[in-house]
Ligand binder design. Structure first.
Ligand code: ATP
Ligand code: MG
Length: 292
């Protein structure tokens, strides 16, 4: 399970038609690391990420935005927790986007996400994102009634317009120093059912389950079509989507960590160079300390 193979197999090619069913399995078909091996590999990935984060922070040029989208119980929370576990919390922010508040609905849909974008040198994680606007809103178009859009923009082209807005937004981010990486954690319908039942049967997990989650399952097919269209329309060279098989949590975490490391390594991060004047200052400070 080489990283190059993961990238090849899991990245959504820009602008090409795809079928989630045919092209992207919910379980990795090739050889997979065993549990112990996956744990070791995840630790390795997390350590690499931590070293890259240190440079990212010191260099203060790039920011990284990792977006997670998924059906319920696919493992967004766990993946975020495990993959980010070794990072310096000072350089990392996680934002979860829920049903928009009335204040948020008084603005365009990108507003709340723009406010949460990572500063230079930092890693930002979006647990759900503006992508909900072409996913849940597409499956339940009545949500649009609350969005206070002028009528003239509520026509048939609305979702096509949104894909375009998102592509443009992400290109703008990239050209201004934000690396955007998007992960769709692709869980199977049967596996989701298993996890829901587990949440119902385990008292410590009851809080994770809400009756509406089970109802949303009835729209599974519509969600998959919305994801398919969204992935196809918004996977770009500058902000690619990855479809991560999510039936095996250990595999999913390793894959996400490896892909993040791969892209951060390609940013060519380095510690800032110390110029002659700074070198002189350092030497003076050393002399001062040694002379105490
Ligand atoms: P968990 O997986 O732990 O349940 P969650 O991310 O599903 O976490 P919830 O409290 O269930 O968190 O809230 C998320 C809900 O908000 C989802 O059903 C999602 O579709 C919805 N949501 C997010 N953004 C929007 C949006 N822009 N418009 C409408 N609904 C949205
Ligand atoms: Mg939920």
């Amino acid at each position: 399970m080489k990283t190059s193979k993961l990238i090849d197999r899991l990245q959504v090619p820009a602008g090409r038609k795809l079928s989630l069913k045919k092209d992207f399995a919910t379980d990795w078909a090739g050889a997979k690391p065993g549990k112990a091996e996956a744990g070791r590999r995840l630790r390795e990935g997390v350590e690499k990420l931590a070293r890259l984060q240190d440079k990212l922070y010191a260099q203060d040029r790039w920011s990284v935005l990792a977006i997670f989208q998924a059906m319920d119980a696919a493992g967004k929370d766990g993946t975020i927790k495990h993959v980010m576990s070794g990072l310096n919390p000072q350089g990392c922010d996680v934002h979860s986007f829920k049903v928009p508040s009335s204040e948020e609905l008084d603005h365009d849909y990108l507003w709340r996400c723009m406010k949460a974008l990572p500063e230079r040198g930092r890693i930002g994680i979006f647990n759900r994102s503006y992508y909900e606007e072409v996913l849940v809103v597409k499956v339940h178009p009545e949500i649009l009634d609350h969005q206070k859009l002028p009528d003239r923009f509520r026509g048939k082209k609305l979702f096509d317009d949104r894909y375009e807005q998102i592509r443009n937004f992400e290109k703008y981010l990239w050209q201004n120093g934000t690396l955007v990486l998007k992960f769709f954690l692709h869980v199977g319908k049967a596996e989701q059912k298993k996890r829901f039942l587990e949440r119902i049967d385990t008292p410590e997990k009851n809080w994770k389950f809400s009756a509406s989650d089970a109802k949303e399952r009835a729209h599974w097919g519509e969600y998959m079509s919305a994801y398919e269209k969204c992935l196809r329309e918004t996977s770009t060279r500058w902000a690619p989507w990855y479809v991560i098989p999510a039936d095996d949590k250990a595999f999913m975490r390793v894959a996400v960590a490896d892909i993040l490391v791969h892209h951060l390594e390609a940013l060519d991060l380095r510690y800032p160079k110390v110029d002659e004047a700074q070198k002189k200052q350092l030497a003076e400070a050393r002399a001062l300390l040694e002379g105490e």
